[in-house]
Design a protein around this ligand. Structure first.
Ligand SMILES: [Zn+2]
Length: 60
């Protein structure tokens, strides 16, 4: 049961928590950038920070 919940979270980690858009990786600077709403999630020590309050909006 808990394994299923963990799998769901791992799947969700690749989607924007704000709009559920896909998150292509951007190598420099390291970030996951939402293809829908443009929020940029920082990557710290190789770990994506999937928190809306940590994300920065795209300028464009
Ligand atoms: Zn988004």
């Amino acid at each position: 049961m808990t394994d299923h919940l963990i799998d769901q979270e791992l799947l969700a980690i690749r989607h924007c928590p704000s709009c559920r858009g896909t998150l292509p990786e951007r190598p420099t600077p390291p970030a996951l950038v939402c293809s829908k709403c443009g929020l940029q999630y920082p990557v710290r020590d190789g770990i994506p920070v999937m928190l809306i309050e940590e994300a920065t909006p795209s300028d464009r």
